[in-house]
Design a protein around this ligand. Structure first.
Ligand code: SAH
Length: 363
């Protein structure tokens, strides 16, 4: 048995069934054995591929977005370009290269990387070793020094732990992880009902059939970022997969070696994620006064930002065999079919309302 599974079993036998959120947090970020803490999960040889790893165009267009936002902010002399969960550092590298088309922006910015994984921090430091001035690494967003900020995150929120509740005849109960009679890790149901839970649920969730599962996140990070940009200026752009409207349904999933896996087998050895509830995210940011843009599909955002033109420009200077790769990358990033990233992935931005309309979200 892997050491993380032993640790989870130990905790359950001491303290009783473990909420799903705690299980997910341990699987991903246990300081020694967490999935992200020990490895680089990205790329063809890893467990999954993300948009910045599909093509340089992705990070470049996000970099151009950041440059336009900086102009709309009134071109502050110093701005923090913050990336949450930067993986291999690929997107930051592509953003910084694209930012050079607005030299004053490139000079005004310092890159800040928020990364909990020592393994990935190291990989990012290697990828960005020639960046000047050098980026700064932090384990948490609140370590980023005060001041105007543009915050970017791709496939980050989906890795923040979710809570799960299950609807029973007399109310909603938290879903837990327990040890079943065959001595396996199994989903269970907490002994007590969550008090007053219906009152906070969106209508369609409240009306869901018995046995339905509802997921929600309590991580304060999006609100911390919202507060920062409301006080000190700036904007944030989150790209992730999820649903535009809050709904019941289980989306917690495990992925290893590019295939779905059982989330309760080999904890810490496979990636665990859950869909982003964009409606809940938008509501919480809106209620604190930030201006929310989107969510819109990734395809729409990338087209608005000029992906076709960027692909054409790259094609013009690419060797023949690279041209087909570019076409495939555009298709992969913008395809709106079931397996494409164009619709399932969504883009949401929130900003200091003084900024007004944002690029990429044109009506
Ligand atoms: N954005 C990258 C990587 C996505 S994987 C890409 O698109 O390729 C998720 C990333 O978030 C990893 O770098 C992981 O180590 C990091 N991460 C997960 N939870 C985190 C947390 N709570 N704080 C900071 N980084 C976190």
């Amino acid at each position: 048995m892997e050491p993380l599974e032993a640790e989870i079993r130990r905790r359950i036998s001491l303290a009783g069934p473990m909420p799903v959120r705690q299980y997910m947090a341990l699987c991903l970020s246990h300081p020694q054995y967490g999935y992200y803490m020990t490895r680089d999960p990205l790329g063809r040889a890893g467990d999954f591929i993300t948009s910045p790893e599909v093509s340089q165009m992705f990070g470049e267009l996000v970099g151009l977005w950041a440059a336009s936002v900086w102009k709309l902010m009134g071109e502050p002399e110093n701005v923090r370009l913050v990336e949450l969960g930067p993986g291999r550092g690929t997107m930051m590298l592509d953003m910084l290269r694209a930012a050079r088309v607005v030299p004053a922006f490139r000079e005004a910015l310092v890159a800040h990387m928020i990364e909990i994984s020592p393994a990935l921090q190291q990989r990012q430091q290697q990828a960005l070793r020639e960046v000047d001035p050098p980026p700064l690494w932090h384990e948490a967003f609140n370590e980023v020094p005060e001041g105007p900020a543009i915050v970017i995150a791709n496939e980050f929120i989906d890795a923040l732990p979710v809570n799960q509740a299950i609807k029973q005849i007399n109310g909603w109960y938290e879903r837990t992880i327990e040890i079943d009679s065959h001595d396996n890790l199994a989903f269970g149901i907490a002994a007590d009902r969550i008090p007053h839970f219906e009152q906070v649920l969106p209508q369609p969730v409240r009306d869901a059939p018995l046995g339905s599962i509802y997921e929600w996140r309590t991580d304060p990070l999006p609100l911390e970022i919202g507060q920062r940009i409301m006080r000190q200026g700036g904007a944030a752009l989150f790209i992730d997969y999820g649903h535009a409207q809050s709904a019941a349904g289980e989306t917690l999933q495990a992925v290893g070696g590019h295939a779905f896996a059982n989330p309760l087998v080999a904890p810490g050895e496979v990636d665990l994620t859950a869909h982003v509830d964009f409606e809940a995210l938008a509501d919480s940011l809106d209620s604190m006064g930030a201006q929310v843009h989107g969510p819109i599909g990734q395809a729409e955002f990338l087209r608005n930002m000029g992906i076709e033109k960027r692909a054409e420009a790259l094609r013009a200077v690419a060797p023949h065999e690279k041209a087909a790769e570019l076409d495939a990358a555009v298709a992969r990033l913008t395809s709106e079919g079931r397996t494409g990233m164009g619709r399932m992935f969504k883009v949401i931005a929130f900003a200091d309302p003084k900024i007004g309309a944002l690029p990429g979200f044109a009506a």
